[in-house]
Every structure is written in structure tokens, then in C-alpha cells.
Design a protein around this ligand. Structure first.
Ligand SMILES: *Cc1c(COP(=O)(O)O)cnc(C)c1O
Length: 347
């Protein structure tokens, strides 16, 4: 079998959701963010597991993602769509009972015209300047003649992964002042915000990465294991080179394993000569450039040739790998390709 195996531990995701729920203030609901196919891990499988664990509120980025989720989960759950309300999404919003998070007064009023009784949420910009209404625009919505009110008012923190950043407090204050006196469910915290304290929790928290084992959820259980099969092993003599560009050359006799995965599978090419794999806990360095479908690894230290090497698992988390690639766990997960054999485990 030459196909690498990606194991997703659904029970670990459920445990991570439960531990985030325990962290939140009494009376606060804990949603699950499953946009981008649950950060690349499979939205239908992840959400079905979380539904059994008690999660009733889900967030996706796109209406199309919301439609797929509705088919997977059935009618009971609330599905919010973060990208806003475009009138061309109206068909999906109505057939799949989606709740758009409207990001401008125009979107809010268009939705109200199209669905006079349909639920909508509303996003405020409290300082990130990415999506959402600023105070002036929000005032127009609040002062408009009566009509359906939003069922959730939310905003998003720009610096929640840095607890001491002053923008956290200033966004909290802006959110409080913009929503003061409104009788509506409010939501400000994603995973990072949940760790800033209960002031940030309001009625609903929206964790994503913390479900999937990533920082800043420090106590999270790791969720993914990635094992890549070895498809050839050879001895390389001093002076010989390995891979494209003859980038690596042997100083001593070296046992080289060729693995069946590459940059087409989300193992970034810039990691060539930097990546570490593990065989039963023994680290082995990648050598030479990463190819589209192949990676070469020095396995000289192993007592016998391995059948596969592990890239992600207990010895190397998504955040360890992210550090190595100067990125974040989110990008490691969402880059995982779709050539892997995916196995959903519960152990
Ligand atoms: C992605 C996203 C989340 C989840 O963020 P995490 O950092 O993964 O917990 C929550 N809210 C919004 C608006 C998002 O875009």
C-alpha cells in the first residue's frame, strides 16, 4: 500500500469540545466551527460526532458548506454562515435553513426583505477591520423601523492568541459599548478568546482550532496521526547526492528511505532538509528536496528498515510542524491533501 494514512481521532475531537465547554461561563453555549471541511478533517464526520456529544450550534464560512452540513446533521441544529448574506445564496439559505451572519446594513436589510421571518445574525467590527458593521452602520440597523431583529450579534478578536495584547481589552470594550442594552445573544470568543477569561464568553463561544488539537488550546488531545509508507530503501555512499538539484550529499554511508507523499499532499517544499519523521519514537531527518509525491529520509539510525514513518502524532503535533514551517497549526491542517487514506478512529 503506497498511500499515506491520515487517522482522525473523532473521540479526541469530542473530548476537546467537552473540555472547552467546561471552560466556558455557566449558561454560555459552546458552538463548533467546522468551516473549510472542519479545518480539512471532514465536516460531516466531525459534526456528526459533535452532535452526539451535544453540540447544537455550528459555524461554516460558505452557504454551500452550510448546505452540506445540513444534509449531514438533519434539521435540529443551528447553522451560521460567516461570509454574510449574498442574495444569490437565498435558495440555499431557505432550502437548508441557514442563518447568515450579515456583515453590513445592506446585507441585513436584503435578508429581511427576502425572508421577513427568517433568522439572521449580525457581525460587528470592533477593531479587526475585516468583516462586520462599524458603529455608525450598526446604528442605522438598530434605529430602523421594527422588523425581525438579529438572533445573534457577534464580533471577532484579532489578537486573542496573544493574551497580553491590549487590543483584546479594547475590542471587548467596543463590543460592550456597541451592544449595550440589547436583549440579544452575543458572541465574541473563538478558541483564543475563550482563554482570555469569562468576560469574553457572553452567551456563545465559537471554538474551531481548539477542537482539532491546536494551540492555544494547550490541554487539547492530539487529533491527527499521519503515517507515510516507505516505498524504497537504499544505501548512499559518501560523495553521492540525493534528490532534485543534488541538494544533499552524503558525508558518511547513509541508509535512505523514500516515502510516498510530497508537496502535493500539503508537506510544504520549504521543509526540505528541515523535516523530522519518527519511527517508534526515533527521530529521522528528511534529506534533500521534497518532491511532488516523494520525500527522502535518513533512516541510518534505525535498527531495521521501517515500513512507514510518522509525520504527525504524539511525537510531533500540528503546532510543532507549523513552527518548523513558520506557519500556524491551522494552515498545516487545511493544507493536508486529499490523496490520503482517511481513517476515522475513536480510540
Ligand atoms: C474561524 C473563526 C472562528 C474559529 O476560530 P478558531 O481560532 O479556530 O477557534 C470563530 N469565529 C470566526 C468569525 C471565525 O472566522
Amino acid at each position: 500500500m503506497a498511500r499515506a494514512k491520515l487517522t482522525v481521532n473523532l473521540e479526541a475531537i469530542a473530548d476537546n469540545w467537552r473540555s472547552l465547554r467546561r471552560l466556558s461561563r455557566d449558561g454560555t453555549d459552546t458552538a463548533a466551527v467546522v468551516k473549510a471541511d472542519a479545518y480539512g478533517l471532514g465536516a460531516a464526520e466531525v459534526a456528526a460526532t459533535l452532535l452526539r456529544s451535544g453540540a447544537r450550534i455550528y459555524f461554516v464560512a460558505l452557504a454551500e458548506e452550510g448546505a452540506q452540513l445540513r444534509h449531514a446533521l438533519g434539521g435540529e441544529v443551528e447553522i451560521f454562515v460567516l461570509s454574510g448574506y449574498q442574495r444569490c445564496d437565498g435558495g440555499l439559505v431557505s432550502s437548508c435553513n441557514l442563518i447568515p451572519v450579515t456583515n453590513s446594513a445592506e446585507q441585513f436589510f436584503n435578508h429581511r426583505l427576502d425572508f421577513p421571518d427568517g433568522p439572521a445574525a449580525l457581525q460587528l467590527d470592533t477593531g479587526m477591520n475585516r468583516l462586520g458593521m462599524e458603529a455608525e452602520e450598526f446604528r442605522i440597523v438598530r434605529e430602523a423601523p421594527a422588523g425581525a431583529a438579529p438572533i445573534l450579534v457577534m464580533s471577532h478578536l484579532a489578537c486573542a492568541d496573544e493574551p497580553s495584547h491590549r487590543q483584546n481589552r479594547s475590542q471587548l470594550e467596543e463590543f460592550l459599548s456597541m451592544t449595550d442594552g440589547m436583549a440579544v445573544r452575543r458572541s465574541l470568543a473563538a478558541t483564543g478568546g475563550m482563554f482570555l477569561g469569562q468576560d469574553f464568553h457572553f452567551e456563545l463561544c465559537r471554538p474551531g482550532i481548539g477542537l482539532y488539537g491546536g494551540l492555544p488550546h494547550r490541554g487539547a488531545r492530539p487529533v491527527v496521526h499521519l503515517d507515510i509508507p516507505v516505498i524504497q530503501v537504499r544505501d548512499v555512499q559518501p560523495g553521492e547526492t540525493v534528490g532534485y538539484g543534488a541538494d544533499w550529499s552524503a558525508n558518511v554511508p547513509t541508509r535512505v528511505a523514500t516515502l510516498s507523499a510530497g508537496y502535493a499532499d500539503g508537506i510544504f517544499r520549504l521543509l526540505g532538509n528541515r523535516l523530522t519523521f519518527h519511527a517508534d519514537g526515533i527521530p529521522c531527518r528528511a534529506i534533500g528536496r521534497i518532491s511532488m509525491d516523494l520525500i527522502t529520509v535518513d533512516v541510518s539510525r534505525l535498527p531495521k528498515d521501517p515500513e512507514s514513518l510518522q509525520l504527525l502524532g504524539q511525537h510531533q503535533t500540528i503546532d510543532d510542524l507549523a513552527d518548523c514551517a513558520s506557519t500556524i497549526g491551522y494552515e498545516i491542517l487545511t493544507s493536508l491533501g486529499n490523496r490520503y487514506e482517511r481513517v476515522y478512529g475513536i480510540g
